[in-house]
Design a protein around this ligand. Sequence first.
Ligand code: AHM
Ligand code: MG
Length: 322
Amino acid sequence: MKNLYTQLEQDNVPKTLTLLIQSIVGACTEIATPINHGALSDVLGSLPDHNVQGEVQKKLDVIANNILIESLKKNKQVRAVASEEVEDIILCNSFGKYLICFDPLDGSSNTDVNGSLGTIFSITSASPAQTEVSEEDFFSTGRSIIAAGYVLYGPSLMLALSTGSGTHIYTLDPSNNNFMLTHPNLNIPEDTNEFSFNLSNQFKWPENVQKYIVDLQLGTDGIRKKNFNMRWLGAMVGDMHRILCKGGIFGYPEEKNFKYGKLRLLYEANPIAFLVEQANGLASNGTTSILDTVPSSIHQRIPVFIGSKNEVLLIEKYALGK
Ligand code: AHM
Ligand code: MG
């Protein structure tokens, strides 16, 4: 079985990018330690502060964020980073080649119940001409991503990664701390009978999304003529991991409380969309591809419908009233 670095070499990934991936993945294995200790150490629960988006910050949100930032600052190739937990971009090394966006701990409402958690990241190139970057440098579409991935802190520690040559999943071998290629070249089935939406919001969604969901719920009695099953982990990384492995459709539509959707474009939707498109799935905001969206702020939100190709295309048809 190949390890991560053999695969990156085989995919002709430049040495600087490999070293950056190593910094991110190394930080994630470090983040896994406090997650793993859980209730045995003082890492569970919330902090009195809220983050930039007015959300309660979990102690583990801050721990994960600090570990990642410290690790990335040490890497000379990192020009600047954008994190879910920090209002402004953080400048790192003036001659660095790369910009990194990350959600240090996705699904952090799961910290206190030993549920799925993840770290999501994407890497783009920094402009070579500049020595100092600004927020605008992060506003290119997801098509400019050169690598993206997530680490899933689940029963096994797993890394899903794409450097533009397909999406591969690696599993950490705890005996030697090596990520081993356990699921090469993912291929999301085009059709599915599993959906992943938070149905408690169903009646707040746009009418076309409500109609799509009701048609799924009607199963063999409705126009879909097949039964569907539902899964919701409360952590996008966990739900998307299942979908990358066996197909499905994940959705977080816009709704009354979240007018532009809940999930953030730069460090949640885009990296996952990149992984999914590299695995032959699709990722849409309901009408157009997530990866074609031009960002206008680093914490911008977007509705998402991601996963099995034919289901995403069907949602886009419902949006057109077809
Ligand atoms: P977070 O970054 O604050 O953890 O929020 C993102 C999470 C996703 O991982 C998950 O799919 C969704 O929010 C869960 O939302 P809900 O609270 O509706 O279950
Ligand atoms: Mg998140």
